[in-house]
Design a protein around this ligand. Structure first.
Ligand code: DAH
Length: 339
């Protein structure tokens, strides 16, 4: 059996044994990479035992040389193996320490949720865009022309009282309806046109089903008279919308006659939920005066418009009963709406 002996570093004479501790055993018993490194330096370092012996190699006979070579190779091998053994052990220890138990309960995370209004707003936008309506916007501070007069509500028209308006000192108003955007859209793009708009509107009213600031969606589809756009197109569009928005195939709608100065005839559309009818939206055939006000010839063009508050739709869809909660910023309420 072959033994490697530890020779004193300062001892240049290879055959003078200094102590009987076997180097091989020492390597085996090393517990850390640092310890191994020290041992390696004392063996193969500048004045290491083996280094010194190897320097003296030239004085040896052939057999002793071969023996020393063998010893050299074996020692290096031993160091190398021990090194990787210790490195593996260190890695395993580290991995064991970093073990993560994914089944443990964790601290509740304070994550945000998507506001139900944002969610229903996005859903509505997706649906109208997929139906070919182009998204357009207008300002929230509107002038009298776009918010009222062009919509067939000249000054002192009684219908102005239908909307309790916040007026600004300069005569402008906080937009009471996104219908103002259909005026801007036709003024800019003329007809034919198929657009929708989503935005905030303001009215001086506040109760469980009305909010002073509320989001409205407005749609407008005008084409040449020969296309024959009529009320049943409006109904079909609303049926498609309701079916997609409420994710239901069995949409049951009913219409009620209504009045809006900017449509003739005007209707309100209800949808049946269980055995209850809920008001969904309003609309009608765009009044010829409105077209004229936007330089669109009512003898050549016709079409429908519709409008609704999307908070109402969100309330119906998600079974919420107080519209004010949407803007109360109560995080507990938001969490409990389950989005
Ligand atoms: N602007 C109306 C409102 O706020 C809603 C509306 C009704 C819009 C009929 C329309 C429409 O475009 O045709 O009460």
């Amino acid at each position: 059996m072959f033994f490697v002996y530890d020779y004193g570093a300062a001892d240049a004479t290879p055959y003078l044994l200094k102590g009987k501790i076997m180097l091989k055993e020492k390597i085996e018993n090393t517990k850390s990479l640092n310890e191994l490194q020290e041992l390696y330096t004392s063996t193969f370092g500048k004045n290491g035992t083996m280094t010194v012996r190897l320097k003296e190699m030239k004085n040896l006979d052939n057999d002793a040389r071969a023996e020393l070579n063998r010893e050299n190779t074996e020692l290096r091998e031993l160091f190398k193996n021990k090194q990787s053994e210790l490195e593996n052990a260190a890695l395993n220890e580290k991995l064991a320490g970093e073990y993560i138990d994914v089944t443990l309960d964790c601290e509740p995370e304070n994550r945000g949720t998507i506001h139900p209004l944002t969610k229903s707003f996005k859903e509505a936008v997706d649906i109208f865009e997929s139906l070919g309506y182009t998204f357009m916007t207008g300002p929230e501070i509107e002038d009298d022309w776009h918010n009222f007069t062009a919509l067939n509500m000249p000054a002192y028209h009684p219908a102005r009282d239908m909307q309790d308006t916040f007026f600004l000192k300069n005569g402008n108003a906080m937009r009471t309806q996104t219908s103002a955007v259909q005026i801007r859209a036709m003024e800019k793009h003329g007809a034919p046109i198929k657009m929708f708009s989503v935005g905030q509107c303001y009215r001086r009213e506040l109760d469980a089903t009305h909010s002073a600031m509320f989001g409205q969606i407005e749609g407008l589809h005008i084409d040449t008279i020969d296309k024959g756009i009529n009320l049943s197109d409006l109904l079909a569009t609303m049926r498609t919308f309701a079916s997609r928005f409420f994710e239901r195939d069995d949409v049951e709608l009913r219409i009620r006659p209504s009045y809006f100065p900017f449509t003739e005839p005007s209707i309100e559309i209800d949808m049946k939920f269980g055995d209850k009818w809920m008001e969904l939206l309003c609309g009608g055939m765009v009044h010829p005066n409105v077209l004229k006000n936007c330089n669109v010839d009512p003898n050549k063009y016709q079409g429908f418009a519709f409008g609704f508050g999307w908070a109402r739709l969100a309330m119906v869809k998600y079974g919420l009963n107080d519209i004010r909660a949407f803007t109360d910023s109560d995080v507990r309420w938001l969490k409990n709406t389950g989005f």
